[in-house]
Design a protein around this ligand. Sequence first.
Ligand SMILES: Cc1cc2nc3c(=O)[nH]c(=O)nc-3n(C[C@H](O)[C@H](O)[C@H](O)COP(=O)(O)OP(=O)(O)OC[C@H]3O[C@@H](n4cnc5c(N)ncnc54)[C@H](O)[C@@H]3O)c2cc1C
Ligand code: SF4
Ligand code: SF4
Ligand code: SF4
Length: 385
Amino acid sequence: MINVENKAECCGCTACASICPTEAISMQPDVLGFLYPVVTADKCVNCGLCEKVCAFNDDYSKESNLEQPLAFAVRHKQISEVEHSRSGAVFVAISDYILECGGVVYGAAFTDDFSVVHKRATTKEQRDEFRGSKYVQSNLDGLLLQVKADLKNGIKVLFSGTPCQTAALNSFVGKRLRENLLLVDIVCHGVPAPNVWLDYLSFLESEKGRRIIGVDFRDKQQFGWSAHRETYRYEGCDGKFTVGSSFYNTLYFRESCAECKYTNLQRPSDITIGDFWGWEKTDRNINADNKGVSLVLCNSEKGYELFSDVKENLIFVPASLGDILQPNLVRPTTLDDAARRIFVNDYSSKGFYYAMSRQGLIGWRLSLKLFVGRTKEFIKRIIFR
Ligand SMILES: Cc1cc2nc3c(=O)[nH]c(=O)nc-3n(C[C@H](O)[C@H](O)[C@H](O)COP(=O)(O)OP(=O)(O)OC[C@H]3O[C@@H](n4cnc5c(N)ncnc54)[C@H](O)[C@@H]3O)c2cc1C
Ligand code: SF4
Ligand code: SF4
Ligand code: SF4
């Protein structure tokens, strides 16, 4: 039976809990809200399925992969779609096609309290909730079983998520049901903790004395595609409020992200999508307005066929693999173990506010950091004017 001794070895994909025939495994949160499998030993019949299904290792399935992925710089032809997506809106183009073929789409969305969970969409309106990056680990609870049920009913399924989630689903559904399943993963830097996120929102609400009704982790409409600035909307207030990029911090990433198995070009999906950093080397015009451009990797024949089916809605330029490599296509994100230990210890013993302000992520240290940052920007602007 599965036994997670080292947290870095478990990405929380839920595949083991979903496959257990006796429901002996439940996913339990740690102090940061990350889920880990816990086995009720007297329910276990030692079938070994949980260990077999786990794909968070170097042996994840690559058998449908092309020798090398085919890479493209891509942007949706409708600029309004680009404006409402994180990068070039390739996800919208692909998911539109699946929905138009009568299929269903799974992706990460907010709940009413802005927790991040995976949901199922059968309409474009429901799918629109998946647009935009949510920088928190999404909860897959029960989702893998739902996807399998759809596939067994002969429904075409597009699942989009982190590479560890697509690798898990691939392993969980097995070869026979894989035919109707299209997997889209993102280039992934890592996922922050669900509990820290919810505490962060409560902190912002209490500072303002108002409820948050809108979140944008990277507001490109206001700051452009390449900036990393969060904005929030509050009940009863006009406009959006910016708080820099203080939430997205590796201090409370999942430990497994430092040991990620998928930071390479052998992707656990049919298509990979990401932000195309360094797009200028491929085409100097495709993102001249800085509204965003996607990197697309077609990893399997099925992925390339799907891309070909949606190409008419896209502007696309083939890219050379040498020009697309960004850090998380080469190696996992490095986590500062010592600083992380201090953060987790503070968070569990003294709470959110103490842990965050000690790291300068909220409170007077943040104000000081922002002040210094803005002064530097101001001086730079005067010097380079
Ligand atoms: C946590 C995270 C880290 C990322 N790190 C990088 C990076 O290092 N480099 C890079 O190039 N790109 C990264 N991306 C991907 C990038 O931000 C865009 O999602 C991608 O460029 C697709 O853009 P789009 O305009 O086509 O789609 P969008 O419409 O913006 O599509 C969003 C897609 O991302 C999925 N998604 C959103 N949030 C989550 C989540 N929390 N968990 C799982 N799936 C999610 C949705 O299901 C949907 O399929 C990251 C995304 C996330 C969520
Ligand atoms: S990585 Fe997934 S399958 Fe493996 S132990 Fe963790 S939750 Fe279970
Ligand atoms: S060995 Fe089988 S019964 Fe036991 S926990 Fe794993 S999947 Fe469940
Ligand atoms: S970095 Fe790797 S382990 Fe972490 S969420 Fe992304 S795919 Fe999963």
